[in-house]
Design a protein around this ligand. Structure first.
Ligand code: ADP
Ligand code: ZN
Length: 786
């Protein structure tokens, strides 16, 4: 249960009591709990065990896990309440003007909040005035807790009980008949509404149907003829009918379905490797149905819930009210409702769909966890702690409930495919697309050759333009992929070579043409695009490299008679930004959609025939040991958006390296070759999934401090782990938000105990923190880092 506990002199914090003991503290004097906030527990014991596992595995505190798990609205805020100090005589003459205003207000009101003082004084900085008054002993300050969660109440209306009898009603109507026809009409409308449905009638509905003003309804209430009342409702209500028939599985799907169940007989985790558009979702739906029949809950994990409105709609069509969505863009209140439904209204929480944090919810009896698009890196939380991997934490959660985990992907992570090939996980493959549509035809376009022979218009090769023209003429749609947003990532003066940098980070600023701004993609800094070079003053600024904005502009020039839109972080802000764009594309209001990796996340469009990847090289050249694996996944996924119904899709990949193995493998859908080759590298260079990694990042605003600290840390680690410690090394972007970062990597061989390794790291970390000079250095421990 939650408790409010005093902290320091005046602060009150919300805490969770998870254990009760009788051992008095020795180092300090315990205070009493201020208030117990709940009547029954708000978390379950299995949930707590799971949180503890996460804290111990990912080397953070249980409190940090609690922070990530609990909706913000559960954490009560304390607010300062200002009241008059009754015990002192006040000489009004001694008060300054501002002070007097507050004093005066307290003659009429028993207490004020900070916000009230802001409006009384009509200025933002009110604390100095308040503090002066406290010093003069005019005011008292006190902290009060308030609940942030506000239930949503809907106002309903009914006939007052006095008129329930036939007789009294008849009398009433007669009176109204003569004098108040409008009121009589409202009454008759209410009768029609009550007769046509058993549901209670909302005030808003009555106003609408009777076309009466709310004053008339108020009069009826005042006269005691009608009565209003409130009912608490859910903010999130499902839109699906909940009665759509689930699809009958094809033969291939049925075989896969049976094999999954078969694997679950002996394995607790199974990987479903099914090519894009093979109909994995329909298989999930059948598995969900089975669990519901057994009275079990299902958790459906998605990499990013905001991007999957299509899927949520599909599941709500099948399962209606049983589906609860835990949405990253929901308000605190909406999150509390999902949580409370899981505790108290299980019929509304049989299927939970959500992103990684939904793992931390209070499940009662899980039967199955589905991890869709299990290869997605966004399953790993990067910042702040807990830095957990949702796929791996899902397996642990399922085990706590005696449930099964199904991992699904067209391009599995090396980790999961390796586990499957070792027999640790079950493996089921689905190699045909639904409807037997062929996999798209993938063609590599050699950019070096195209530039040499002058076959390029802007960033479009002649091949791309021909295919685009043909696709649009046939009335199909096009998706173009470029993994950078903005217009161009670098601005350079052609006279002196200067290029504008972010003042707080070591990166060049990206030019955004739409807003005519230079922006930093790491800290959000932005400034107007200068007209001339800041260094030499010459107006000779040129752009280098290209992002989605520039591609959008070029498409508009190449195809002026078609509609082009862009899907990236800049165009999908707001709760429904993404949804609106998807709907417009689905309804063919958009012919060409240009976008970043957002496009790859499991979208199902029916009319896309062509997918273009404008530049594969910046994916492949990314400085990370997973860059090749990721490039394969990204390109295979974005290609998978083409030709999903009956015509075969076409994919064009522009590159300077058409012979690159990854590109060759993508073009013939050779996942297993990719896997074998990449695994070979991982063996040779001691990387996951063979070795485990713990990354330690040190951060400080002072360059020298971070260097000394990192050297000390690495030296201590090397004494224990010898050559399995890499670094310290600056990452490619060494300063972000004015903090210098330095990384140390620990590689853990397969036969080395993870537990003992982490203990040793802890020990070193403790000694580190004991050094006075290092105390201000932030240390981030990232287990299984990405
Ligand atoms: P995946 O998740 O493997 O990419 P989907 O589950 O999205 O594939 O299926 C691709 C398309 O095929 C969807 O539009 C889906 O409605 C359709 N589909 C899949 N299986 C069936 C089926 N058994 N009957 C009818 N349509 C199906
Ligand atoms: Zn910056």
């Amino acid at each position: 249960m939650r408790v409010a506990v005093p902290f320091g002199k005046s602060k009150i914090y919300t805490a969770l009591a998870y254990k009760i003991h009788n051992i008095p503290p020795t180092a300090y004097e315990a205070k009493t709990i201020h208030q117990i906030l709940d009547e029954s527990p708000v978390i379950t014991s299995k949930q707590l065990s799971h949180w503890k596992w996460i804290a111990s595995y990912y080397m953070c505190s249980v409190g940090e896990v609690m922070r990530a798990a609990m909706p913000n609205a559960f954490i009560l805020e304390s607010e300062t309440i200002i009241s008059k100090n009754e015990s002192t005589e006040i000489d009004e003459q001694s008060l300054k003007d501002d002070e007097f205003l507050i004093y005066e207000a307290l003659q009429y009101q028993s207490s004020l909040k900070i916000q009230d003082v802001v409006s009384i004084l009509d200025k933002k900085r009110v604390l100095p005035v308040i503090n002066n008054l406290v010093e003069k002993r005019v005011l008292n300050l006190q902290e009060e807790l308030y609940e942030k969660y506000q239930p949503k109440l809907v106002r309903y209306i009914k006939l007052h009980n006095d008129y329930k009898s036939e007789e009294s009603l008849q009398g009433l109507l007669e009176v109204l008949n003569k004098r108040a026809t409008k009121q009589r009409e409202v009454l008759l409308t209410l009768f029609t509404l009550t007769a046509s449905s058993k549901e209670p009638v909302k005030v808003s509905e009555l106003v609408k149907k009777s076309e009466a003003s709310s004053t008339i309804i108020k009069t009826l209430i005042d006269k005691g003829i009608l009565e209003d009342y409130h009912i608490q409702t859910d903010r999130v209500q499902f839109e699906g009918e909940g009665n759509s028939r689930v699809k009958i599985l094809t033969e291939a799907q049925q075989v896969a379905f049976d094999s999954i169940k078969n694997e679950f007989e002996t394995k607790s985790v199974t990987l479903l490797h099914g090519v894009t558009s093979s109909g994995k979702t329909e298989i999930y739906v059948q598995l969900i149905k089975e669990q519901l029949k057994k009275g079990k809950q299902v958790l459906y994990l998605l990499p990013e819930i905001a991007l999957t409105t299509q899927l949520v709609q599909r599941l709500q069509d099948y399962f209606g009210e049983k589906v609860a969505v835990f949405h990253s863009r929901y308000s605190g209140n909406e999150r509390v409702e999902v949580w409370n439904n899981m505790l108290h209204n299980p019929e509304k929480a049989e299927i939970i769909i959500g992103a990684r944090s939904s793992l931390l919810l209070p499940f009662k009896n899980l039967g199955l966890i589905i991890v869709d698009e299990e290869h997605e890196q966004s399953y790993k939380q990067f910042d702040p702690a807990p830095r957990y991997h949702a796929r791996d934490a899902a397996v642990v959660l399922a085990n706590l409930h005696g449930a099964k985990t199904l991992l699904g992907s067209a391009t599995p992570s090396l980790e999961s495919y390796f586990n499957a090939s070792q027999g640790k996980y079950g493996l089921v493959e689905l190699n045909t697309r639904f409807n037997n549509v062929l996999m798209p035809d993938i063609e590599l376009v050699d950019l070096a050759d195209k530039y040499k022979r002058k076959r390029m218009k802007g960033h479009f090769s002649d091949r791309m333009i021909v295919e685009m023209t043909e696709t649009l003429e046939e009335g199909f749609q096009i998706i173009l992929f470029q993994n950078r947003r903005g217009y161009s990532p670098i601005i350079e003066c052609t006279t002196c070579g200067h290029s504008p940098q972010c003042p707080s980070c070591d990166v060049s600023l990206t030019y955004h043409q739409y807003k005519n701004q230079l922006r930093c993609h790491y800290c959000g800094y932005h400034t107007a695009m200068p007209k001339s070079c800041e260094a030499c003053g010459n107006p000779t600024l040129d752009t280098k490299g290209f992002g989605t904005e520039q591609i959008e502009e070029e498409v508009k020039e190449l195809f002026p008679n078609h509609n082009v839109a862009r899907m990236d972080l800049d165009t999908t802000r707001g709760k429904y930004g993404f949804e609106k764009l998807i709907t417009r594309f689905e309804q063919k209001e958009i012919d060409v959609l240009v976008g970043t990796q957002m496009l790859t996340k499991g979208l199902d469009f029916r009319h896309v025939k062509l997918v273009g990847i404008l530049n594969a090289d910046n994916l492949l050249n990314f400085p990370d040991f997973r860059a090749h694996e990721r490039s394969y996944q990204l390109m295979a996924q974005v290609s998978g958006r083409a030709g999903r119904t009956d015509v075969r899709g076409k994919v064009l990949i522009q590159t300077y390296n058409p012979h690159h193995n990854i590109l060759q493998q993508v073009s013939v859908n050779a996942y297993k070759d990719m896997f074998a080759e990449q695994m070979n590298d991982r063996y040779n260079f001691k990387y996951p999934p063979i070795y485990r990694l713990v990354k330690i990042t040190l951060k400080h605003k002072d360059y020298n401090r971070v260097n000394t600290a990192a050297d000390w840390y690495a030296k201590s680690l090397k004494q224990v782990f010898k050559t399995n410690v890499l670094g310290p090394e600056f990452p490619p972007i060494s300063r972000i938000r004015n903090l210098y970062n330095k990384n140390i990597l620990i590689k853990i061989p397969p036969n080395q105990s993870l537990l003992k390794t982490k203990e040793a790291i802890r020990k070193i970390d403790n000694s580190f923190n004991a050094v006075k000079d290092f105390r201000s250095v932030r240390v981030i421990l990232n287990v299984d880092s990405y």
